[in-house]
Design a protein around this ligand. Structure first.
Ligand SMILES: *[C@@H]1O[C@H](CO)[C@@H](O)[C@H](O)[C@H]1NC(C)=O
Ligand SMILES: *[C@@H]1O[C@H](CO)[C@@H](O)[C@H](O)[C@H]1NC(C)=O
Ligand SMILES: *[C@@H]1O[C@H](CO)[C@@H](O)[C@H](O)[C@H]1NC(C)=O
Length: 146
C-alpha cells in the first residue's frame, strides 16, 4: 500500500511536470488581434517631401570614399568602391533651408558595366511629428537613369 501510493505520487508529479512544460512552452508564432493592439483603424498615409544634398567634392563633402582598391579605381564604373554619406535633408532646394533630417548610409558601385549603386540608408528625421523617427531604405540606384 505504501509502495503504491508512493508510485502514484511520482506519476502525478511527472504528469504535473509534463502539463506545466506543455502549457508554458513558447510558440514560435501566434496570431495577434489587431483590435487588441489598436491597429484596426484606417491606415494613415503621409506624404514626405524634402531635398537631398549629396555633396561629393569641395571643402565639406557629405559623402566620402570608405573603401577603394587599385582595381576599383581603374574600373570605368569604379566597381568595388564604397562610400559612406551623411547628407542633409532640407525642406527647400536651397542648402540653407530648414533641416528636416539626414540621410545616413552607404553606397557602393555594384556594376562592372554601368553606373549602378547598391544603396542602403536611414532617413533620420529631426523635424515636426517625425522628429526621432527614421525610415530605412535599401535598393538599387541606376545613377544616370531618368
Ligand atoms: C501556443 O499556441 C496554442 C495554440 O494556439 C495556444 O493554445 C497556447 O496557449 C499557446 N502558448 C503560449 C505560451 O502562448
Ligand atoms: C491564424 O490565422 C490564420 C489565418 O487567418 C489561420 O489560418 C490560422 O488557423 C490561425 N491560427 C490560430 C492558431 O488561430
Ligand atoms: C527633436 O527631438 C530632440 C530630442 O527629443 C529635441 O532635442 C529637439 O529639440 C527636437 N527638434 C524639434 C525641431 O522639435
Amino acid at each position: 500500500m505504501v509502495k503504491n501510493s508512493k508510485s502514484l505520487l511520482i506519476s502525478l508529479t511527472i504528469l504535473f511536470f509534463i502539463t506545466m512544460v506543455t502549457s508554458k512552452s513558447p510558440n514560435f508564432s501566434q496570431n495577434l488581434s489587431l483590435q487588441a493592439l489598436g491597429l484596426n483603424k484606417q491606415e494613415k498615409l503621409s506624404h514626405l517631401r524634402f531635398y537631398f544634398h549629396d555633396i561629393v567634392s569641395g571643402p565639406n563633402p557629405t559623402a566620402i570614399w570608405a573603401a577603394q582598391t587599385p582595381t576599383s579605381k581603374k574600373s570605368p564604373t569604379l566597381f568595388g568602391s564604397i562610400a559612406m554619406f551623411d547628407d542633409p535633408l532640407t525642406v527647400g532646394p536651397e542648402r540653407s533651408s530648414k533641416l528636416v533630417g539626414r540621410a545616413q548610409g552607404i553606397y557602393g558601385s555594384a556594376s562592372q558595366s554601368e553606373d549602378a549603386l547598391l544603396m542602403t540608408m536611414n532617413l533620420a528625421f529631426v523635424e515636426g511629428k517625425f522628429n526621432g523617427s527614421s525610415l530605412s531604405v535599401f535598393g538599387r540606384n541606376a545613377v544616370l537613369a531618368t
